[in-house]
Design a protein around this ligand. Structure first.
Ligand SMILES: [Zn+2]
Length: 241
């Protein structure tokens, strides 16, 4: 029996307008309701305070592309429940998707520019430009940009297939499982970044994956390629059996 394990990857989001954008159409109403539910849930997991310095964020063509990659990951099944967070480095910090807004429906107003992180009395304080609270994994993105100056783009998703095959594929991964959005998770990923100095793709055991690159394209393609590798591995296993 032929196993169709190939992803349709012939039209990646790219900076040329119209190539990918516009094809998806408006999301169905029920998505908004689901996302509203997620908003409440996700907001509870936010372990920092947000200080809004300005409601407008910088003009950058990568914002549209970031949004398109989010929709693309949902379509490929790499962002279950439309969850995940995507960012790119800017001169002053990084632009990241909002907390609690499904990647399927992220719009320009759901992007926030993180300008700095400070230790607060109880919780870390994040200074931003934008209208929405940045992803609850903003501290994780901040840490990666700090430790890896060459990284310009960070995508965090929950690729269940890759997570299942992490040991078989010999991918760099965390040792323990830490709660999403926690400082423990940030510390664990920091340890891994220092151990696997050249790694551009990491697995957070029992949670998700991190892809780090120089452009949105190479970071996104790595996510898709690693998923394909996991598919090939599983298909190979099936043929063997
Ligand atoms: Zn996550």
């Amino acid at each position: 029996m032929a196993v169709n394990n190939k992803l349709s990857t012939n039209s990646y989001p790219s900076l040329s307008p119209g190539k990918y954008g516009g094809r998806i159409g408006k999301p169905a109403k029920y998505w908004r309701i689901i996302t509203l539910g997620l908003y409440v849930k996700e907001d509870i997991g936010v372990k920092f305070k947000t200080v809004f310095l300005s409601s407008s964020i910088l003009d950058d063509p990568r914002k549209d592309l970031l949004i398109e990659w989010g929709k693309w990951f949902v379509r490929l099944g790499l962002a279950p429940l439309s969850m995940g967070n995507l960012s790119f480095r800017t001169e002053k910090g990084f632009v990241i998707t909002a907390t609690g807004i499904g990647l399927e429906i992220v719009e320009e107003d759901n992007l926030t520019e993180v300008l700095g992180v400070e230790e607060g009395r109880n919780l870390p304080v994040i200074y931003v430009n934008g209208k929405v609270v940045p992803s609850r994994e903003s501290l994780l993105h901040h840490e990666i940009y700090k430790v890896r100056p060459e990284v310009k783009v960070v995508f965090h998703l929950h690729d269940e297939l890759v997570m299942k095959c992490v040991d078989e594929l010999n991918l760099p991964s965390t040792i323990g499982e830490q709660p999403p959005g926690s400082e423990e998770l940030v510390r664990e990923v920091n340890r891994l970044l220092n151990l696997a100095k050249n790694a551009r793709y990491l697995v957070i055991r029992g949670h998700g994956i991190i892809s780090m690159g120089e452009t949105l394209e190479d970071t996104g393609r790595m996510v898709v390629d690693m998923n394909q590798m996991a598919r090939d591995y599983v298909a190979g296993k099936m043929t063997e059996g």
